[in-house]
Design a protein around this ligand. Structure first.
Ligand SMILES: NCc1[nH]cc(CCC(=O)O)c1CC(=O)O
Length: 307
């Protein structure tokens, strides 16, 4: 175990917490590690354009480049931010045990607005669509930035509340004492899970990371991301999916939905599947959505997103 594993991460507080979590696990297994926070795109000294390498995701692109450039050995991501197709030469090496999957409403003042008019902030089309589906009289405003920035913007504005992933707030101790569990909202595919990637030809890192993999989380997020990929939705599409395993019945409970951006339309699949069906479950559920109006709705969404 002589080689030091260089762990790449973005430099937000949440990303650094996630990277330190992986570092502690690897150190506990006897590996030497170093965390390298990659702040910017850096020099793209690739011999091919990004699209030829399949480098796409806005949250992951910088780290993909750092890996391909040999600046870091592995990278730690919030799995829901990782495009369903990884760049050429980069592979999923571990999925850590999942944290809380729910979305939370962090609100200011009382909750009377829920029964009348209100303004909610989120940068997620998935959250926006589901909120408007449930509260068609409300207004949703855009909210960008890392978790810390978004919490500050909420305090600085007159909005009634904002939506956050519980996992993000809990990991960096930003969850306030009062909040609403949005258990009716279907989370983003792989929400609450952390993915570690490595180079396909880096046997040392792959071996080290194999011991961090949590199989149940790997299978459930595989199903959710297969659903997303089959719908051809990127990380920003108004698509939610959650697969959970019941060890008593050896079944997967899956719910997946595609929403119109304004929340007026909802196409949903929700049922229990025998665990033996897991490999094609996400694909089959997405096909059911596509065959029942999803193809037309996805075309409409893609046109709207191009505007
Ligand atoms: N790009 C936002 C993002 N990516 C991962 C998390 C939270 C942690 C997780 O869901 O794993 C968040 C914050 C949020 O959705 O509020």
């Amino acid at each position: 175990m002589s080689k030091t594993i260089r762990i790449g991460t973005r430099d937000s507080e949440l990303a650094l917490w996630q990277a330190h979590t992986v570092q502690k696990k690897l150190n506990g297994l006897g590996y030497k590690t170093e965390i390298i926070a990659v702040k910017s795109q850096g020099d793209i000294i690739l011999d091919k354009p990004l699209y030829e390498l399949g480098i796409t995701g806005i949250f992951t692109k910088t780290l993909d480049i750092a890996m391909i450039n040999g600046q870091v050995d592995i990278a730690v991501h919030s799995m829901k931010d990782v495009p369903t197709a990884l760049p050429i030469g980069i592979v999923q090496a571990a999925v850590l045990e999942r944290a809380n999957t729910v979305d939370l409403l962090i609100h200011k003042g009382n909750l009377d607005f829920l029964n009348s008019y209100g303004t909610i902030a989120t940068g997620s089309l998935r959250r926006q669509a589901q909120w408007l589906h449930k509260y068609p009289n409300h207004k949703v405003v855009d909210l960008r930035g890392n978790v810390n920035t978004r919490m500050q913007k909420l305090q600085d504005n007159e909005w009634n509340g904002a939506v956050f992933a519980a996992a993000g707030l809990e990991r960096i101790n930003l969850k306030p004492d009062t909040y609403i569990n949005l258990d009716w909202m279907i989370p983003a595919p792989a929400q609450g899970a952390m993915m570690v990637v490595a180079m396909a030809d880096d046997a040392f890192s792959l071996e080290a990371l194999s011991e961090l993999n949590h199989v149940e989380t790997e299978i459930c997020t595989y199903i959710e991301r297969q659903f997303l990929r089959t719908l051809e939705g990127g990380c920003t599409a108004p698509i939610g999916a959650l697969a959970s395993y019941n060890e008593n019945t050896d079944e997967i409970h899956f719910q997946g939905a595609l929403f119109s951006i304004d929340g007026k339309q909802k196409l949903v699949v929700e049922r229990k599947y025998d665990i033996s069906e897991w490999k094609k479950l996400g694909f089959n559920a997405a096909k059911e959505i596509l065959e029942n109006g999803g193809t037309e709705l996805m075309a409409e969404i893609k046109t709207q997103l191009k505007k």
